[in-house]
Design a protein around this ligand. Structure first.
Ligand SMILES: [Zn+2]
Length: 376
């Protein structure tokens, strides 16, 4: 295993890229999809099952873990990898986004954010320095700079002000992170949908120097067209030789569109969350297993899928266990969804390596346009 964090591009096809991030805890093949393990678990999945889907890295949430069971307790118990029995790389977010979306009585100042826990009302503070400390206590392999992200739509002055604050916090995050061989710190570009603000933000981040760069402030209500509009120019503003991460994205077609535009890493709760609400994602789009059309259907979700759910269980069974409220329903659908997402990444990596991404993308959209298999 390497002792350092590094990124090597293997091939590009148009703006799309494939490569490998090397860390002391293992390699991450890019483009990579990171399942979300919010509270030190990918809901409804054993860690070995998550690994079996092909995930090289998980995401953990600073906000949730700092409140419960606390970063200090996880550190005393050996760090997040041992605590949750996941020895491959972990990326943690900075907590900033979730404080803004989940916590009560938030107060934002130059220093940071104070807030009350959504769990028990207790008072907490997150600053760039505290976020770096929490992510160090967790033992995160890829640490995210602490930032502030306005929900869209927001007016230009608000976005400009927020971006400037995030860049000052990025510099403080860099200072507080210090020198930690084998661990990486990523900066986060802000600037909403404004090209000039995105450029200013990228320039500020390049001056500070990070191990990787996220395109932040997207997937916050702007819609796919506006998001792709920003991705048409934003990734190219960031260093070519470092990984680029699009936070909180997304649906399969969002992911394909982001990879096409030069994104290397993504995360989203969607495959696991929709697995718990009776929604499956396949090559043919979305399947609502709650629908009565499945109740006598002996076929799997996807004949071509090699996941344990599709190999062992019919649509009729999946429909039944969802309707009966059985726990295995969320387990089986989550497993399939995570497997499908990883298959999608694997297919894209191969297509980019072989310089046939455009043809692959066309077939991806064609099959989805056909829709789910016809009812029996
Ligand atoms: Zn499957």
């Amino acid at each position: 295993m390497p002792e350092k964090f590094s990124f090597a591009l293997a091939a590009t096809d148009g703006a799309a890229r494939t490569g490998t991030i090397s860390t002391p805890r293992g390699d991450i093949r890019t483009p990579a999809f990171m399942p979300v393990g919010t509270a030190a678990t990918v809901k409804a999945m054993m860690p070995e099952s998550v690994a079996a889907t092909g995930a090289d890295i998980l995401l953990g949430n600073t906000y949730h873990l700092m409140l419960r069971p606390t970063a200090e307790r996880i550190a005393r118990l050996g760090g997040l990898h041992d605590f949750m029995n996941w020895q491959r790389p972990i990326l943690t977010d900075s907590g900033g986004f979730q404080v803004m979306s989940l916590a009560d009585l938030r107060k934002l100042t130059e220093r940071g954010v104070t807030f009350r826990s959504h769990i028990d009302g207790s008072k907490h503070e997150l600053t760039p320095e505290r976020s770096m400390e929490i992510q160090r206590l967790l033992g995160s392999d890829i640490v995210m700079a602490f930032d502030e992200c306005p929900a869209l739509p927001a007016d230009r002055d608000r976005i400009a002000e927020s971006m400037a604050l995030s860049m000052r916090w990025a510099a403080r995050s860099r200072d507080a992170f210090g020198d930690r061989p084998g661990h990486a710190l990523f900066g986060i570009q802000q600037g909403g949908l404004e090209r000039d603000l995105r450029e200013q933000s990228a320039e500020a981040l390049r001056d500070i120097e990070f191990d990787g760069y996220a395109v932040g402030g997207l997937a916050v209500g702007e819609g796919q067209e506006a998001m792709f509009g920003v991705l048409d120019f934003a990734p190219a503003m960031l260093p070519q030789d470092k990984p680029r991460y699009l936070m909180g994205v997304g649906k399969p077609d969002d992911i394909v569109g982001a990879v096409k535009r030069g994104i290397d890493m993504m995360d989203c709760v969607l495959p696991s969350r929709s697995g718990r609400t009776g929604q499956a994602w396949t090559r043919r789009g979305q399947v609502n297993i709650k629908n009565a059309r499945h109740q006598d259907d002996p076929r799997p979700l996807d004949e071509a899928c090699t996941c344990p759910t599709c190999r062992g269980y019919s649509r009729a069974y999946l429909h039944h266990v969802f309707r009966a409220g059985e726990m295995i329903s969320g387990m089986l659908l989550t497993w399939h969804n995570l497997h499908y997402y990883q298959e999608l990444m694997s297919e894209m990596r191969a297509a980019i390596s072989e310089a046939r991404f455009a043809a692959w993308e066309a077939s991806f959209h064609d099959l989805r346009a056909e829709g789910d298999i016809a009812q029996l």
